[in-house]
Design a binder for this molecule. Sequence first.
Ligand code: 5AD
Length: 447
Amino acid sequence: MANKLHLITYGCQMNEYDSERVAGLLRERDYELTTDEREADVILLNTCAIREKAEDKVFSKLGELKRLKAARPDLVIGVMGCMAQLQQENVLRRAPSVDLVFGSPAIARVGELVERARRERRPVLDTAEAPLVKITAKAAGAERLKAFVTVMEGCEKHCTFCVVPRTRGRERSHTPEAIVAEIEGLVAEGCREVTLLGQTVNAYGRDLTPPTDLAELFHRVNDVEGLARIRFTTSNPYNLTPTLIRAMREVPKVCEWFHLPLQSGSDRILERMNRGYTRARYLELVEALREAEPAMAFSTDIIVGFPGETDEDFEATVEMIERVGYDNVFVFRYSRRPGTPAAAMPDQIPDAVKAARNGRLLEVVQRVTAARGGLLAGRTMEVLVDGTSRKSPGELAGRTRCNRVVNFDGQGQVAVGDVIHVLVTDVLPHSLRGALATPEEAVCWSR
Ligand code: 5AD
């Protein structure tokens, strides 16, 4: 009988990607996935360490699992990913029911590690650095229309708030050949859209011999027949080059959607964060990208309550959000992370102030993103059909190139996976409604 694996994933898209690899590698060793933790032989938590709350969630889950383990001493509980890498033996100290702790460099050896943890009656810890390997193993039934593809890992930027350089290590890129081969495999199974992942994806390729870049990778991925769309995340404004901006215009499958974390709109705070750009420079980039692609939609990440942030600094952030006109904004309250320079800064901001700024920013964001959505009314947009509408199952749903959800009546006329055109008739807070249109009706603005 097959062994049962229960996999819980926290955090970012790269963790989702990694979890799928782990499920695939363990499948090769006769483990099948179960959604029921009570019947699992092995439970793995793929963790996040970006904010303290992410870690709290994991420790509270481990507290729950302790009871399961008490009832079934054979159960193996593993903690993997960024929190494992950051906390190492602290995980075992705080959660003694854990049998296995390993960071992302050890994922390729997950099979061995799990076997060791099951065999040995003492905890296994593996948080050593290791070369990056491309793993393409997948869980059974993991074929999908849209897939993540890790193209590089790590970050060397050292923003003062961030643990990522400690959890994901130095910048290491996969070769274009390995990436293209993986995408060809995905497309052969029906995938139509890929999101290229990296913590600083626009730094892709500079560590390879010969060096290459993200623009060049776009061209290579664009040539994969059958693929319809390319997205990528996350970029850093610090090393966003004119070559990449040009490629966004020239490479047809690259979508007009750019996730460009601003973090703060205040130059003083950006400097203390060690972000490597000013608000003027950021605005220049936005302008250059909109000049290259007038339909470009921007999303961003903002941290409120970074040490020393004054009301004035915060107002500068509000003003930037209005000025850029984002389509989506993720707001985070600053969280002190162990070993980061900002954690040791003296002027930490009280929680109540963070909460107030967070609330105020969400109001601004709602207004700004709604205004951006309003611009789409009456336009004909290219849509990748990805399923049925969540609210009215009689309707189909898809996404525009600028990443908005569109619901429309098209059952029997088009199928999931088709790239079609939809005339936007209504703009709702979280989605668009529309009607099928012909490509000829599509104006160039929306492609
Ligand atoms: N506190 C709060 N938010 C953080 N982020 C990164 N580190 C921290 C921290 N210490 C946010 C940034 C980043 C996103 C992924 O998480 O906005 O872009």
